[in-house]
Design a binder for this molecule. Structure first.
Ligand code: FES
Length: 77
């Protein structure tokens, strides 16, 4: 299991390796905006350790015990 912390609300949950970031967020009541659901529109973009990723196609990586995911609001969405 991986400890996943969502900022800025500081909500922490446990997730399985391979679980979609979008699903982990939804499970703890966090809504991430979505559009295409296939990695092209970037509506679901969040940052893991300052690297922007698309939550709809990115899974919890192997080999980490803790992830910090920063949700920021994109004014274009
Ligand atoms: S919803 Fe379009 S890239 Fe994730």
């Amino acid at each position: 299991m991986v400890s996943v912390q969502f900022l800025p609300d500081n909500i922490t949950t446990q997730a399985e390796v391979g679980e979609l970031i979008l699903d982990v967020a939804e499970r703890c009541g966090i809504t991430i905006s979505t559009g295409c659901m296939m990695g092209s529109c970037h509506a679901c973009e969040v940052e893991i350790d300052d690297d922007p990723i698309c939550a709809c196609i990115t899974a919890v990586p192997n080999g980490r015990s803790h992830l910090t995911i920063n949700l920021y609001s994109d004014p274009t969405w």
